[in-house]
Design a protein around this ligand. Structure first.
Ligand code: SME
Length: 166
């Protein structure tokens, strides 16, 4: 199995870290187009590679709801209406949400009380919302625009390498 970029390598900046992590993701997705398998492996890579996070995973759009998909971390709420919480906002607006303090986000849904900051990226196939990638951190202000850009490249790789649900 492919080695994952070390989460505790503090000698490299975020852009370099995500460039290497993107290589890990690309390697693990090569030769496999199954959506569930690929999102499951992506959740595992992100959970083990990123520092100071307590949850990483996917919600998939079903009708007007986001439904829990592959993840790593504590059990989470299963259904989130579009527009609700951070995940619902990212899905409804089709825009990445970087939330430095989750308790200040209107309607934030607390799945794990340890979570203090969060980033959610929409999964888009063209203009069609497929789901969201959600990552939670137990520290405040964990995510910034460099995380958003690095994770966007990983999401793009995942979407391009997989057969998406119809
Ligand atoms: N906090 C999210 C809910 C999902 S859990 O964090 C896994 C939200 O407000 O949408």
């Amino acid at each position: 199995m492919h080695e994952i970029t070390a989460h505790d390598d503090l000698s490299i900046d975020k852009a370099e870290f995500y460039a290497r992590l993107g290589g890990d993701v690309e390697a693990i997705l090569t030769g496999e187009r199954d959506w569930i398998a690929n999102t499951a492996n992506c959740a595992a890579i992100l959970f083990h590679a990123l520092r100071e996070i307590n949850w990483a995973g996917f919600y998939f759009l079903q009708g007007e709801e986001l439904v829990l998909g592959p993840f790593q971390g504590k059990p989470a709420c299963v259904r989130i209406a579009l527009g609700r919480g951070v995940c619902g906002a990212a899905g409804a607006q089709k825009r990445t949400q970087v939330v430095p303090v989750v308790h200040e986000f209107p309607g934030h849904i607390a799945c794990d009380s340890a979570s203090k900051s969060e980033i959610v990226l929409p999964l888009l196939s063209g203009d069609r919302l497929v789901g969201v990638l959600d990552i939670d951190s137990p520290i405040l202000n964990r995510f910034d625009e460099a995380d958003a850009a690095g994770l966007q490249a990983i999401v793009d790789c995942l979407l391009g390498a997989s057969d998406l649900p119809v």
